[in-house]
Structure formats: structure tokens, C-alpha cells
Design a protein around this ligand. Structure first.
Ligand code: AMP
Length: 399
């Protein structure tokens, strides 16, 4: 009996519109091409990384109605590689084509207050939080939440931008001056043992699948290393995965969702934030999984069946950030076992994500800190990996 595509699925040859032209769009378009789809990119920058691997790129402002209309009319379905499109722009796109994930999901993830309210309603623990709009609001929030805390802009923050750690009331008021008049949120500081994330894909039919939790280590507020799977108690990892699936269901998501979480020394799992798109902490899945986060994203958006989010290998992913790490590229591609990815950006500015490197290990064989450092070869001095907590018994430091 012939097998048909599910009702409503995009046929091969259809065009997927991706809003945003960065590396997430680039790797999504590469996955789409493998499945026989074309991608049209909408970007505010010419020569963006996604444009190099797509059918075409419309360059224009994300809020310009004429640009959005021309983009929507040229595609069959629309998705995103970043979530900060204006409400008006989203409405315009959604009136013309299916938008996956939907505008409601994007609105929740665009605003830390909407996000935290939603998460708490969905039964997910977050840091204690309060909205802050002025000095009186800050006083009230400090009285309720205490110190230390983090004052963040509610919108458009990423990689530690638009936020300040505050340890005393004077620091809190200085941060208020620096960050206002933008709407702000005060969050209690979570004294976490490690940071993890879970990536969930959820299809048009509501079927969902999640990768195992991974551990994320940051440097200068930017993701540096991802260890897959997270070397944590399996019960905590299972809880984190269940939580991420629950949040995706509560959102009625169609697409991909990254759920970033803190794990405390007591084993509590506290959600930090969600991103309804491919995520830097899922880049390892390109090389370690039969279907990567990008393929699952495209499959969900295209209405295809989702395969189980499983891995054939364990992996460590290291970001290549800024000029110094990008300069290691010749050594990386000259080293057996390192799988390099460059995003096609011409200028390696400090703090800019230029590419990443993945190293695979047999499934179940993720080594401890010393083994990972050694396996990263030319990146060895760059691998800032505290030994604590991840060295298996009997681990030996290479001489
Ligand atoms: P965010 O922009 O919310 O992803 O925060 C960037 C980084 O700041 C996180 O990955 C954490 O390392 C740290 N951070 C953010 N919020 C908190 C918090 N409430 N408590 C402790 N650390 C935090």
C-alpha cells in the first residue's frame, strides 16, 4: 500500500520562509534542503549566513509591511530563527501564511514577564521574580525577593546583555538607572550547581519528542561548551526532560523549543528561559543524532512525522567565539575527530559566534573533564572546564 505524507504536510519542493538570517537559519536551511525543501530567508542584513545556503534572501526591515508581505507571498509556511518580530509584523505574516510556531508562542518568549507567568501557570518552577518599572517598584521587589538578584530588561536580552547582578540596594538602584526606561524584571539569584537545557520538537499532530538534557557551560555570558548528555543524576535529567515536554504541550507548540534550566545542589530544576527555535545548546545534534534539532524543526514546520529525538553518540560541542578562537580553524580542520562548522561570517568581532566544533564519543562514553580537554586537541587551552562533578571515578589526567 502506498504511504502518503500526513494531511497538511508540505510536499517536497515547497518553500519554507525563515525569518532571520543568522547561523540558526543557515543550519535550518541546510536541514530543509536535505528533506527536499527550499528556503527563503528574511533578514535585515545582506550577505547573512543563511543567505549563502538558501534559495534566496529578502533584505529589509522586519517591521516593514511591504517587506513582510512580499516575503509571505513567496513562501508556503513561515518559521523563525529568532523570536523578536513585532506583534504587528507577526499578525501580518499570520494573516497570509501558516506561521509555526504560532504568534502566541513568540509573544510569550519575547517578554520575560509573560514567559515567567506562563511557566509558573504551567507548573514549572522559576526563580522568584517581580516586574520593575521605577524606583518604588524596585524597592518593593527587593523587599520581596531579597539579594543577591538579577535585574534584567524584559525584552531583547541575550547572552547576558541587558542584565545586571545586584548584591546590595545601591547596586540595584545603579542598575535601574542604567537599564531604565526599558521595562525590567528582578529575579532572585539561583545558586545553581549547573545549567542544563532540553530541546523538544512537537509536530502538527501534537506528537512530541525531546533530546536528553545537556549541560551548558558559559564563558563571559556566552555559551562555551555543551556536554551531551548532561553528566547529572539520571532522575534529575528525566525530570528536566518531562518538564520541557510539559511546557511544549502547554504552549501547544508546533516547532522546536529549547528550555534552559538551572539545577541546584538540592536537585531542584528551575526554568530560566525558553526559546521557541533551534538553540545553540542543540548544535551537537547535527553530528551525534540521526535527526538533528534542525531537521526536527523543519519536519515540525513542514507537518512531517517526527522521528524520536535520539543520539547515536555522546558529544561535546565547543563554540568558536571571536577572533582568537576563529584563528584556531586551520588547526581544527587538520585534527582527526574534530567536526568543524563555520557560519560564513566575514568579520570575527569579539563575542561573535563564528562557528562550532563537535567531538563525538561512543554512546555512554562521555569522558570526564581531563578526557574532554584532551579530545578537544587544538582547543585545549580554550576549554575552560572545571573538573568538579564531571570526572568519572578512575579518571586519569593525561601527562
Ligand atoms: P539569560 O539571559 O536569562 O539566559 O541569562 C544569561 C545567564 O545569566 C544564564 O545562563 C545564567 O548563567 C545567568 N543567570 C540568569 N538568570 C539568573 C538567575 N536568576 N540566577 C542565577 N544566574 C542567572
Amino acid at each position: 500500500m502506498p504511504v502518503c505524507l500526513p494531511a497538511g504536510a508540505l510536499a517536497p519542493g515547497a518553500t519554507i520562509g525563515i525569518v532571520g538570517g543568522g547561523q540558526l537559519g543557515r543550519m535550518s536551511a541546510m536541514a530543509a534542503a536535505r528533506l527536499g525543501y527550499r528556503c527563503l530567508i528574511l533578514s535585515d542584513e545582506p550577505d547573512c549566513p543563511a543567505s549563502h545556503v538558501a534559495l534566496g534572501c529578502i533584505v529589509g526591515d522586519y517591521d516593514n509591511p511591504d517587506t513582510l508581505r512580499a516575503f509571505a507571498e513567496a513562501v508556503d509556511v513561515i518559521t523563525f530563527e529568532f523570536e523578536n518580530v513585532s506583534a504587528r509584523g507577526l499578525d501580518l505574516l499570520a494573516a497570509l501564511r501558516p506561521v509555526r510556531p504560532g504568534a502566541a508562542v513568540l509573544r510569550i518568549s519575547q517578554d520575560r514577564v509573560a514567559e515567567k507567568s506562563f511557566l509558573n501557570q504551567a507548573g514549572a518552577a522559576t526563580a522568584p521574580w517581580a516586574e520593575v518599572n521605577d524606583a518604588a517598584g524596585l524597592e518593593a521587589a527587593l523587599a520581596r525577593i531579597g539579594l543577591p538578584a538579577i535585574l534584567k530588561t524584559t525584552r531583547l536580552g541575550y547572552d547576558g546583555k541587558g542584565q545586571a547582578l545586584v548584591r546590595c540596594p545601591a547596586e540595584a538602584h545603579a542598575a535601574l538607572l542604567e537599564l531604565s526606561p526599558k521595562p525590567l524584571i528582578l529575579e532572585g539569584f539561583v545558586d545553581f550547581a549547573c545549567e542544563i537545557s532540553v530541546i523538544v520538537a512537537r509536530g502538527l499532530d501534537g506528537g512530541a519528542t525531546a533530546f536528553d538534557a545537556v549541560e551548558n557551560r558559559h564563558r563571559d555570558h556566552i555559551l562555551d561548551l555543551t556536554l551531551a548528555p548532561a553528566p547529572i543524576d539520571p532522575e534529575i535529567a528525566a525530570r528536566a526532560r518531562g518538564l520541557a515536554l510539559r511546557v511544549a504541550d502547554a504552549l501547544d507548540l508546533v516547532g522546536l523549543l529549547a528550555v534552559e534550566m538551572f539545577v541546584t545542589a538540592q536537585g531542584e530544576v528551575v526554568v530560566n528561559e525558553i526559546a521557541p527555535r533551534p538553540h545553540n545548546s542543540g548544535h551537537w545534534t547535527i553530528d551525534a543524532c540521526p535527526a538533528s534539532q534542525f531537521e526536527l524543526h523543519i519536519r515540525a514546520v513542514a507537518g512531517l512525522k517526527l522521528p524520536t529525538a535520539g543520539r547515536h553518540s555522546d558529544a561535546v560541542m565547543k563554540n568558536l567565539v571571536g577572533p582568537a578562537q576563529t584563528a584556531l580553524w586551520p588547526a581544527i580542520v587538520a585534527t582527526d575527530g574534530l567536526i568543524g562548522h563555520l557560519y560564513g561570517k566575514t568579520e570575527a568581532r569579539p563575542g561573535r559566534k563564528m562557528g562550532h566544533v563537535t567531538r563525538l564519543f561512543p554512546r555512554g562514553g562521555l569522558p570526564g573533564a581531563f578526557g574532554i580537554r584532551a579530545a578537544l586537541g587544538p582547543l585545549l587551552p580554550e576549554a575552560d572546564l572545571p573538573d568538579q562533578g564531571i570526572e568519572p571515578e578512575g579518571g586519569v589526567e593525561p601527562g
